[in-house]
Design a protein around this ligand. Sequence first.
Ligand code: HAM
Length: 418
Amino acid sequence: MAQQKISAPKGVSEYTPPRSSSFEFVRESLIAPARNAGYQLIELPVFEDTDLFKRGVGESTDVVSKEMYTFEDRGGRSITLRPEGTAGVMRSVIEHGLDRGQLPVKVWYSGQFFRAERPQAGRYRQFYQVGIEAIGLDDPAIDAEVIAIADAGFKALGLTQYRLEITSLGDAQSRAAHRVDLLKFIATLDLDEATAQRAAINPLRLFDDKREEMKKAMADAPLLINYLSDSSRAHFDQVIGYLDALKVSYTLNPRMVRGLDYYTGTTFEFVHELLGAQSGIGGGGRYDGLMEQLGGQSLSGIGFGLGVDRALLAAEAEGVIGDDAFVSDLFIIPLGENAKTHALTIAASLRANGKKVEIAFGDRALKGAMKGADKSGAMHVVVLGDAEISSGTALLKEMKSGVETSVKIDSLFEALEK
Ligand code: HAM
């Protein structure tokens, strides 16, 4: 009896050929500017102690309270699949004492993240991010550089129809002053119990409420940007000044609320205009209390996470990404057992010299193998039979023009270079 097929779990993103080439191109383009700026790879586990996210990301967030994949492992420990990257980086930096060396610690990462959200276009339960973190300096120039690196990644991809939104959440003093007035304002609203509870943990969350009546109710709420302390104001003004010098355009959005609780000071989001409801293609900001919160020393930090899945959707929507599938320099069609051995050794040597080479396996008839070569989009084809092997020469066909040239098998590399 035929076995039942198994499908992927609901809401995960996966990339199969040929679209996987576009995905790879997007991921590499997004991270290239960070590598050029001296960020180094940090490779971390995809699961961590659940407390890391509870303490690091914050219990008032949807991410922690509703969306974590948490389970008990065989040793009875509570484990969570990472919903984001910053907390894990901080854990690792503290654990390995990287903050005792040269500052700032500058790292980049790339990989899968997990949030049990309701799946829809551009919102997945397993998704991909590339990100960077710069830990240990609170120089406003670093804020601007980090933002400019993210912007350069989107530009490298060819995206134009997006905007950068930016604001400052200030320091503890700014937020305390704002919180007093915000709580007074919220006390005048008629809130349901769940909303009141959220507001009690983090009143800023009410700015993020998508319901029309809440948006209206919050229209006159006091804005944090008007409560910045002198030093927070000066820091933010400098960040803006550097962005102007870098010609990175931005829109001020004092109502921005990030989905994670660790943010302080400069915060930002990249929003794409063609993506509908899931338009956030990247975001980040400062998290000046996070290291201490996780048991480390008191050092500041800033970083970003860019959504690779959404950046790919954005690139496709803007039509800036082609079908960038693998195309070989040479397609070898061996005829017979002896030729197959030769094809294997010729291909291995050409590949060692940087050529992309495919072989038609499976002992197909010449006509079928030629069709396969044509379909693959290969630049050249060579047919190897016993006659070619004994004479040491073969016909190299350039697929585009159909022109065939007789070449020495030993000189295939040079012939492909022409
Ligand atoms: P985040 O804004 O939660 O920030 O996520 C960053 C990006 O990941 C989003 O802008 C979005 O493009 C993508 N993303 C998030 N959730 C999903 C999902 N369910 N499906 C598809 N894409 C998604 C962070 O995660 C912070 N750790 C960024 C950061 C680094 N802040 C400072 N350093």
